[in-house]
Design a binder for this molecule. Structure first.
Ligand SMILES: Cc1cc2nc3c(=O)[nH]c(=O)nc-3n(C[C@H](O)[C@H](O)[C@H](O)COP(=O)(O)OP(=O)(O)OC[C@H]3O[C@@H](n4cnc5c(N)ncnc54)[C@H](O)[C@@H]3O)c2cc1C
Length: 409
């Protein structure tokens, strides 16, 4: 197999690199030592600070000019209409450059999930009302699927929507609603027929987050960050016109995906880049803090992580070659999700071991911090990677049954 770029891919890769070099605002550029900016593009948008908002506007406009806010959306909806292989190159280059992209929450639910769902199942009126505002970033969405009693087994959800005239009345609770504190609207799966088999009694609703009866409470992570929330619904009236698709068919509406590249190339690039940065810092600028010279076992671990990151690249390339041939990756996508998420945790752990006690310093700007505390922050922040979007156990079950043909437990 020849993994080199075709001439078209090479030209597109150059185009993305030139775009980043020309258009990325100073606020989001790497510093003199090659560390990524810690400024958050989307938080800047909601900050109320004119300087920060100007940087956001500049970067949003640059991406919008190219249709690169939504690379996978069809052109007729304002996207770039990229196929899987172009998305692969695009995601690879943007991750390599460590620039903010619309892959960051709270942009994801609208761009990755709701937009494509509306394109396929929405009415003309729903499309016109919501799609342009998702694309412009004017309206942020939150995804209300998980509940305290329904995560991996999502179809067990019990948030209830009862029909009352032209409205549904919604009662219940969602959990882990990422970015709900920024969200202007929430889309949710709700139970409209409690007597039907569990996948068949669910509907898909869009709710204005300011509707009376909706309460969002923060869940602070162990990194002391606020991404996640609990969302409560207490007699929330939602117009029936805000339902996407037929009543009780919401499960199938909610499972819609566009032609995404599913290679998880971002995990492969991030792992390779973190290892490269670890080696570079541990052997040069921060060699005095590193234990690489004194502990041979650590050198072995770094070598193992390097090999694993190359393996991850090959998983990603395999998936993209499946998609390029017009086929849908199945258990292969689970292999890549499982391996990539666990690898990100192993890379972070190895980084902390290399710098020993220096790795315990949480404050990135402390002179005692190692690699600006990145290994430690990554260790804490990547714990959810093996839970979100399908836990490792669920991925292993898919690989075992669909991939290897093993019997179900
Ligand atoms: C960072 C993050 C962001 C998230 N954002 C959102 C969001 O915006 N909106 C939203 O709706 N949800 C969101 N989620 C929720 C996410 O979808 C769920 O956490 C996930 O589906 C797992 O469900 P759960 O947490 O209820 O765990 P459970 O399903 O209860 O699982 C608990 C444990 O049991 C294991 N397990 C469960 N079932 C099986 C099985 N059949 N076989 C073997 N093992 C099993 C799991 O692997 C896990 O280890 C987010 C989660 C995280 C971590």
């Amino acid at each position: 197999m020849d993994w080199n770029d075709t001439p078209a891919q090479a030209a597109f890769r150059d185009e993305v690199r030139a775009f980043v070099a020309e258009r990325l605002p100073k606020r989001y550029q790497r510093d003199a030592e090659g560390f990524p900016s810690r400024n958050d593009w989307l938080e800047d948008r909601k900050s109320g600070d004119p300087e920060r908002q100007a940087a956001d506007a500049e970067w949003s406009a640059a991406l919008r000019d190219k249709g690169w806010l939504a690379p996978h959306w069809p052109k007729e909806y304002g996207g770039a209409g990229m196929g899987p292989s172009e998305q692969f190159v695009f995601n690879m280059e943007m991750t390599e450059a460590e620039v903010p992209t619309a892959k960051a929450a709270p942009q994801v639910p609208g761009l990755a999930l709701l937009g494509p769902t509306l394109m396929i199942h929405g009415t003309e009126e729903q499309k016109q009302q919501h799609i342009p505002k998702i694309l412009s970033g004017e309206v942020f969405w939150a995804q209300g699927y998980s509940e305290p009693g329904a995560g991996s087994d999502l179809a067990s959800l019990s948030t209830r929507a009862t029909r009352d005239g032209d409205d549904y009345v919604v009662n219940g609770q969602k959990i882990w609603t990422s970015g709900a504190q920024f969200a202007d609207w929430i889309f949710a799966l709700v139970r409209t027929d409690p007597d039907a088999p569990k996948h068949r009694g669910i509907s898909f609703l869009m709710m204005d987050a300011t509707t009376p009866g909706i309460t969002v409470r923060p869940l602070i992570s162990m990194a002391d960050e606020h991404h996640l929330n609990e969302t409560f619904f207490d007699n929330v009236r939602v117009p029936v016109a805000n339902r996407i698709g037929e009543e009780n068919r919401g499960w199938y509406v909610g499972m819609t995906l566009l032609d995404f590249e599913r290679s998880n190339i971002t995990a492969a690039v991030a792992a390779r880049r973190d290892i490269r940065r670890l080696i570079e810092r541990a052997t040069n600028a921060e060699a005095s803090k590193s234990r690489l010279a004194s502990l041979p076992s650590l050198r072995d671990q770094v070598a193992d992580r390097y090999i694993e990151s190359e393996v991850m690249f090959n998983f990603s390339l395999r998936i993209i070659s499946i998609q390029e041939r017009g086929m849908v990756p199945n258990y292969e996508a689970s292999v890549s999700k499982l391996f990539g998420s666990e690898l990100s945790q192993r890379v972070a752990l190895t980084g902390t071991k290399v710098f020993g006690l220096y790795s315990n310093v949480w404050e990135p700007d402390s002179p005692h911090a190692a690699i600006r505390s990145m290994p430690l922050h990554n260790m804490v922040n990547r714990i959810p990677a093996t839970i979100a979007a399908g836990s490792s156990e669920i991925q292993r079950s898919i690989i075992a049954t669909r991939g290897l043909g093993l019997p179900r437990g």
